[in-house]
Write a protein of this length. Structure first.
Length: 346
């Protein structure tokens, strides 16, 4: 933890922290759905046609501390998935979006399909119990319990930003928070989620976070999945222009030379909490930072299930992404003396 703290606080923002000889970032290129509208429409049609081969994966186990959402009657802190939006919870919004795509498939192709939905929950703020309660109250959205697979995201200890010590709770146990969505592929392997999706005849999946409420208001979801299925892609990102100061990461093309002298390239996401570490500055009127050119991470992915399972089933550290320590959040908790405490931690 102390090593991660020292890296996070480093002032040498131009240094690329890597075991490789050379690492650099470039603005990735990709299809612009706004410019090539004819292809975008074709890709969306591929996505609707391929719906019987697609699953949905929703990582909604986040704490949502920034929202400050609370039950008005009990004062209980609530997870982000329960945030009301247009008269419904965010989770209900996700399901309505999915049902709309399924109905469109029925209208065009005359066949009904029910998409299996895998949901990653967590125990923080009774997230898992709240998600189950919503599903049961709404009778699993008329889809049947067998078309849902819920699996819990593990919690990880929270580290004090000042001294690197764990925050200790009232029960003398480390304060835990969800360990990040990067654990989803290993967890899906361990919980049999991939096999469950295969039994439903699925080849790929759309991954969507609950926080992006406008993702289904255009062709993006359908086109992304359509291109992924049609061209046998392993992984795809949906991106958009980034506004300066937005608390979202960016998608970059990473170029690196490994210890063998070989060059490697790939698309990756850099979280907004890591910009300083990697020398990515916020744009101003004078510096014209490249950050403005990097497309924003919209939390929408397409994944080939076999490719994701291959990564998640690895028996080494490569089954998980790199460790990111976010020290920009204030964590509220009840300490070991029974007092409400607020600490900057990650």
């Amino acid at each position: 933890a102390l090593e991660l703290l020292s890296v996070s606080k480093s002032k040498d923002s131009k240094h690329r922290h890597s075991k490789d000889k050379f690492v650099d970032f470039h603005v990735p290129t990709g299809l612009n759905l706004l410019e090539d509208t004819e292809y975008a429409s074709q890709a969306a049609l591929w996505g609707i046609e391929g719906l019987p081969e697609l699953g949905e994966i929703y990582p909604i186990g986040g704490a949502g501390d920034r929202l400050g959402l609370m039950d008005s009657d009990t004062g209980e802190s609530l997870p982000a998935a329960l945030l009301p939006y247009c008269g419904r919870s965010l989770l209900e919004g996700l399901m309505r979006d999915l049902q709309a795509r399924e109905f469109l498939h029925f209208k065009i192709f005359g066949k009904q399909c029910i998409t299996p939905v895998a949901v990653m929950t967590s125990s923080v703020k009774n997230n898992h119990e709240h998600i189950v309660a919503i599903c049961e109250r709404l009778e699993w959205f008329g889809r049947g319990r067998e078309n849902f697979r819920l699996f819990e995201q593990p919690l990880v200890p929270v580290v004090n930003a000042e001294d690197g010590k764990w925050l200790i709770s009232e029960s003398l146990l480390p304060v835990g928070k969800p360990g990040g969505h990067g654990a989803i592929w290993k967890l899906a392997c361990d919980r049999g989620v991939f096999e469950w999706l295969y039994r439903h005849g699925r080849k790929g999946a759309t991954v969507r976070q609950v926080s992006n409420v406008v993702a289904a208001t255009d062709l993006t979801l359908m086109a992304l999945a359509g291109i992924g299925l049609r061209h046998n892609k392993k992984l795809g990102f949906a991106s958009c222009e980034r506004r300066p100061g937005a608390t979202e990461g960016v998608n970059v093309l990473i170029e690196k030379q490994n210890l063998d002298g070989l060059w490697e390239y790939g698309i990756t996401c850099i979280e907004y909490t890591e910009f300083e570490k990697y020398g990515i500055s916020e744009p101003t009127a004078t510096n014209g930072s490249l950050q403005a050119s990097y497309p924003a991470n919209t939390n929408i992915l397409y994944v080939d299930l076999q490719a994701a399972q291959e990564v998640g089933s690895r028996k080494n550290a490569s089954c998980l992404p790199g460790i990111v320590l976010n020290l920009k959040k204030a964590v509220s908790y009840v300490d070991h003396l029974g007092f409400e405490s607020l600490r900057v931690a990650g």
